[in-house]
Design a protein around this ligand. Structure first.
Ligand code: N2P
Length: 363
């Protein structure tokens, strides 16, 4: 296991010096000016609206993706972030309007489609579509890619401070061990937390079996006694500062932290873990669908996709981007891949998961 990512050079070149990890803040620009006639206006999108509101995961975009788009297209971008699919779903299901682009994980696309909350995408204007790698197309949550454009893929594992933790944690069971009590965190994300405890017991991370979920709940509540908190992307700063030594975390966020603190390492637990593909989608209530399509075609350019992957540390589904990347995303070996499972929609099982998650949080 320790042959894993501890020693692997998974950061090619680091992030640009001086860039902070705090990309969650709203990014806006006043009065961007168009520098050249955008290609999209020539392929049928028509005149763009002058604003675009993007709602994305935190720390999940290139350093200049938004400003480059604003400058080239003359569209002002309002950029807002979230920390979990459940936050995104709760907001949209409660009737939030005004988002033009969102970035759900596959299983959340199933939910959004079931509630008829997504607008179909007009692929005829996405002239850069062909850059996408076929392995990320036609997945079960959107077999014909009518609603989604693949954005980034990633996986959940254990980030840890190799200078403070020995041996390397190679099992989800580390969170049950009191040795590092108060120095460990798990994400504020029900799919990742309950999913890891299901994997720990050898079950599918998508299980809806009540008996298996009861076991996962018991493990999660035991582990909670050893946790400092449930925290997602913001844990990076705590890992860098040494306040947290072991964190269940996503590979790309780990790579971002490692850029600032080289002792931040990563393991995929031996019991296996969950992976996902996150995609851009247009909510039905979007007010700026043309600008949304222009942005989608923009991010499908290989150099733009490479910038998104380089900065976030996540894998690009854009085949054209791979040779342009300056940092190699933390890519699992074939043996590690074999231990990963895609997160799937829980369908009627969702209510049970929701209840168990609430019980874990208050337990
Ligand atoms: C990035 C969040 C990773 C996305 N901060 C998990 N689907």
């Amino acid at each position: 296991m320790t042959k894993g990512w501890t020693r692997r050079e998974f950061i090619g070149q680091g992030l640009t010096a001086g860039m902070s990890l705090g990309m969650g803040a709203a990014l806006t620009a006043c009065g961007p000016r168009r520098t050249r006639e955008p290609e999209e206006q020539m392929v049928g999108v028509g005149a763009l609206e002058d604003e675009l509101t993007i709602y994305n995961w935190s720390d999940y975009i290139g350093a200049t993706t938004v400003s480059d788009f604003e400058n080239e297209f003359g569209v002002r971008v309002i950029y807002d972030t979230y920390e979990s699919n459940e936050d995104l779903l709760a907001k949209l299901q409660a009737g939030a309007r005004g988002y033009d682009l969102i970035c759900p994980t596959g299983y959340a696309v199933d939910v959004l489609r079931a509630f008829d909350l997504l607008a179909p995408i007009d692929r005829s204007v996405l002239t850069n579509w062909g850059n996408l790698s076929p392995e990320f197309l036609g997945r079960s949550f959107d077999p014909e890619n009518r609603y989604t454009v693949p954005w980034l893929w990633g996986l959940t594992g254990i980030a840890y401070r190799a200078d403070l933790v020995d041996p390397a944690p190679d099992s989800w069971g580390v969170f049950l061990d009191e040795t590092y009590r108060g120095k460990m965190t798990q994400p504020d994300d029900m799919r990742d937390v309950i999913g890891c405890w299901l994997k720990y017991r050898g079950y599918s991370g998508n299980s809806t079996d009540p008996g298996q979920l009861a076991q996962a709940k018991a493990d999660a509540i035991r582990a909670k006694q050893n946790l400092k908190s449930f925290v997602s992307a913001p844990v990076k700063d705590q890992l860098i500062a040494g306040d947290v030594w072991i964190a269940q975390l996503w590979n790309g966020d780990t790579a971002q932290a490692r850029t600032e603190e080289p002792d931040v390492s990563f393991e995929i637990p031996r019991e296996g873990s969950m992976m996902y593909l996150d995609s851009m989608a247009i909510p039905r209530s979007a007010r700026h669908p043309k600008a949304a399509h222009a942005f989608l075609n923009f991010i499908l350019r290989p150099e733009v996709a490479a910038g998104i992957s380089d900065r976030s540390g996540y894998g690009s589904p854009n085949a054209g981007a791979i040779p342009l990347q300056t940092r190699v995303a933390l890519t699992p070996t074939p043996e590690e891949f074999a231990r990963l499972e895609y997160q799937e929609d829980l369908a009627e099982g969702t209510a049970l998961w929701d209840r168990i998650w609430t019980e874990i949080k208050v337990g």
